[in-house]
Design a binder for this molecule. Structure first.
Ligand code: GLU
Length: 481
């Protein structure tokens, strides 16, 4: 294969959407697989809908995904002259013509046609003008756009995902390539840039197939061969509708904020529509680079399954080193006011133990600051149902009080000792250990589920555990006094 050059061409009219992120990943993997180039191009020809703020946000998202680019970002808004040069060529070869029709008038006609359910197509009024009429309009400064002349026939291209795709040219309009203000429309700028940037493969969402027919016509008019096209099926929600805000988060950075690891997110998105032809699901970036092919892209629409993303994220969390996890978790803990910015060495060591204990049962980084909140604060409420069950009698308070006495007498607050004290006490009281284990967990965490109890107690520390159990004893006593 000659040099692979692919591009990602986001329009900065919104944040980076998960669908666009997935297309970015495919382009990047394809470039890296073939040791080619990945080019970033900002499609900001629609000035009113673009902003630098959005561009920055998109770049931040691409960086967060860990995808680097080899060229660009190029901005279409800075390339108007190149588009004009190509349009001029088409005028000279008679493949394009000036259109002087006022846009408002055309828009009116288009609306009327839609209202009367008639297919609307530009009626080529300006193609029929005589040279003298054209001269006259140009001289008097009538604003003029440039339209591509769409010849009779059929437009066909071979797509690497969908196979051969065809359209009757009759269904297409003589599309505007340059607006009367001299700016390019999307389809024209896209073709000129793909030519100028020597793009070998255009990999983009299948919502662009309708544009591709128009673009193929532009390539033909310019007498140039097209790049290879690969249209990627759109991601759907569980209800089979195109994924949108209704389905939850759609912008990439929201996933970062929700505590997903970039590696997990990239792995998950890559597998939405592509498979390495076996049932492996956890793939490192290097493995994906090695295995990625466009033949592996499935033409049917993938479904965005958030539970699967969470599962995968959990797998990545468990496989991560505690130091790395801690650095990712710290911002979440600070945001929730659970720790302050200056972390002492001692606190850091404690936090590392917390990470190691909690990572086994965590699906997102954010959960470390949510489900694990009781490690940092003791102002939790006891789960109501559990309190009814475990804090249900004065005897429950007696048992807890007795355990506090035993814990106070411990020289070393190691989990084995904490456990031994509990089992011994249960034995002496002739009750099952569970009669102490559940109330102690509820007393020290407010909840019934979590990491192994004795690890948890060791990490909380003697003083804190005793304080919390005493508080539960008081709670039970006020209930029964
Ligand atoms: N600017 C287009 C978009 O954001 C990209 C089209 C393309 O990749 O050619 O959908």
């Amino acid at each position: 294969m000659s040099e692979v050059r692919v591009r990602m061409a986001p329009s900065p009219s919104g944040f980076l959407h998960v669908g666009t992120a997935r297309t970015t990943i495919y382009n990047w993997l394809f470039a890296r697989h073939h040791q080619g180039k990945f080019i970033l191009r900002i499609e900001d020809t629609d000035v009113s809908r673009s902003s630098q703020e959005m561009v920055d946000a998109i770049l931040e998202s691409i960086r967060w995904l860990g995808l680097d680019w080899d060229e660009g970002p190029y901005y279409q808004s800075q390339r108007t002259e190149i588009y004009q040069k190509y349009a001029q060529k088409l005028l000279e070869t008679g493949k394009a013509y000036f259109c002087f029709c006022p846009p408002q008038e055309l828009e009116e006609k288009r609306k009327q046609a839609i209202a009367s359910k008639i297919d609307w197509k530009y009626n080529r009024t300006c193609l029929k003008l005589s040279e003298a009429e054209k001269e006259e309009k140009i001289k008097s400064g009538v604003p003029k756009a440039i339209r591509l002349f769409v010849p009779k026939g059929q437009t066909v291209f071979s797509d690497l995902v969908y196979g051969e795709l065809k359209k009757e040219n009759e269904e297409l309009d003589d599309l505007i390539i340059l607006r009367s203000d001299g700016t390019s429309t999307y389809n024209f700028a896209c073709v000129v840039d793909d030519v100028d940037m020597k793009i070998s493969h255009v990999i983009r969402g299948n919502d662009h197939i309708a544009n591709t027919f128009k673009q193929v016509l532009i390539y033909q008019a310019l007498d140039l061969t097209t790049p290879k096209f690969a249209h990627i099926p759109l991601i759907l929600g569980k209800d089979k509708a195109k994924i949108s805000k209704r389905h939850g988060a759609v912008s990439v950075m929201e996933y970062k904020e929700q505590g997903f690891l970039r590696e997990a997110f990239v792995n998950f998105l890559a597998l939405l529509g592509w498979s390495p032809k076996d049932d492996r699901e956890i793939l490192s970036i290097d493995q994906m680079i090695e295995l990625f092919t466009l033949e592996g892209v499935n033409p049917s629409n993938p479904i965005f399954d958030r539970e699967k993303l969470e599962w995968m994220n959990g797998e990545y969390i468990r496989a991560s080193k505690n130091e790395k996890l801690l650095s990712l978790i710290i911002p979440f803990l600070i945001k929730e006011n659970l720790i302050s910015e200056d972390i002492t060495k001692q606190k850091r060591e404690w936090l590392l133990k917390y990470v190691s204990l909690f990572k086994e049962r965590t699906k997102t980084l954010k959960e470390f600051a949510e489900k694990g909140r009781y490690f940092f604060e003791c102002d939790y409420q006891y789960e109501e149902k559990a309190a009814k069950k475990h804090f249900n009698s004065p005897e429950a308070a007696d048992r807890l009080r007795a355990y506090v006495d035993r814990l106070s007498g411990l020289d070393s607050f190691e989990k084995a000792k904490i456990e031994e004290a509990l089992r011994k006490l249960a034995d002496e009281m002739q009750t099952k250990p569970a009669a102490l284990i559940h109330p102690v967990r509820l007393a020290t965490t407010g909840t019934t589920a979590g990491p192994p109890l004795f690890d948890l107690l060791e990490l909380l520390g003697k003083e804190e555990v005793i304080k919390r159990i005493k508080k539960a004893v008081e709670f039970i006593q006020t209930k029964f006094s």
